[in-house]
Design a binder for this molecule. Structure first.
Ligand code: HSE
Length: 307
């Protein structure tokens, strides 16, 4: 059995506008790298973290907690040394903690000889999300494990549905370098919504799922509407409305908050349009005085993987 494994775990966009806590997708060209080595000592040690200031103590680290839980559950006769190379920042709205949690769940499962299903790996990774943001949210971690678009059809019992990804769908994402903690962004969410709002929201989720299945880009675009989280959260993100309308003017199908923000995502048909959206986002932010990064990426249909 393998004793060492290097993996890539993708950044993810949760919610996808209308699907608060219920939808997500994985990015192809942005994510973390991690190295896992089996050790004789039956403990989990994080020996290196590069690219972010995160707890090195395993029991306080998302990766450490997920790994330890899996070793305990499987009665493994080995310990682990973990190295983490973060390529995007925590608090970005791109599933940073989820990339660590899912990457760990995936890698430890490989070292255990693929003992667990993707659904079980998602449950382990969700325990990491509790450490990171106080809630066992599945949208980022499921997207990072399954790849492509996912629907969390139910939390109890957990039911994850993989949704097809049209080949030509490309994401453009701007990450303003301010930190919005998921915990804080959840506090501004309404605890109740009017029935009329709920009807619009679930109708758009149906439209988005149907559009992804059919490869109907117009329907995907018409469905990328968020009546619930976006109105409550957009005030946390400088220039949100300008970025959104500039993205749509540049040809994006739709745009919205990536997860709990502050990143803003747009989806486009084709790389050429996605790059025009990048220029449009750049034009909004370049004189804002806020540092930012922009990523253009296809959707990863593989999720966490060995490299
Ligand atoms: N669905 C979550 C939220 C994603 O929007 O709060 C953050 O991890």
């Amino acid at each position: 059995m393998t004793n060492e494994i290097n993996i890539f775990s993708p950044a993810t966009v949760a919610n996808v506008s209308c699907g608060f806590d219920a939808m997500g997708f994985a990015l192809e060209s942005l994510g973390d790298e991690m190295i896992f080595k089996k050790t004789d000592a039956k403990e989990v040690v994080i020996s290196k973290i590069e690219g972010a200031n995160l707890p090195i103590e395993a029991r306080k680290n998302v990766a450490g907690v997920v790994a330890q839980n899996m070793l305990n559950d499987s009665h493994a006769d080995f310990g682990l040394d973990i190295q983490i190379f973060k390529n995007f920042k925590p608090g970005s709205g791109l599933g940073s903690s989820a990339a660590s949690a899912s990457g760990t769940a995936f890698a430890v499962n490989e070292l255990l000889g693929k003992k667990y299903s993707d659904l079980e790996l998602t449950k382990f990774a969700m325990q990491g999300e509790v450490i990171a943001c106080g809630s066992a949210i599945a949208d980022n971690v499921a997207a990072a494990i399954y790849g492509g678009f996912v629907l969390i059809r139910s939390y109890e019992p957990l039911d994850i549905v993989s949704i097809p990804t049209p080949d030509e769908l490309v994401a453009t994402i701007i990450h303003p370098q301010i930190e919005v903690k998921t915990e804080d962004a959840r506090k501004v969410m309404p605890s109740e919504i009017p029935l009329k709002t709920a009807v619009s929201q679930w109708a758009n989720v149906g439209g988005l799922i149907s559009g992804l299945h059919a490869g109907d880009f117009d329907l995907i675009g018409r469905s990328l509407v968020d009546h619930v989280a976006e109105p409550a959260r957009k005030a946390l993100i400088p220039h949100f409305d300008e970025v959104k309308s500039a993205s749509l003017d540049a040809g994006a199908l739709g745009a919205g908050i990536s997860g709990s923000g502050p990143s803003i995502f747009a989806l486009s048909e084709g790389m050429e349009t996605a790059n025009k959206v990048k220029e449009a986002m750049n034009a909004v932010y370049k004189d804002s005085g806020i540092d930012f990064s922009i990523y253009v990426s296809r959707i990863s249909t593989a999720g966490a993987r060995v490299i």
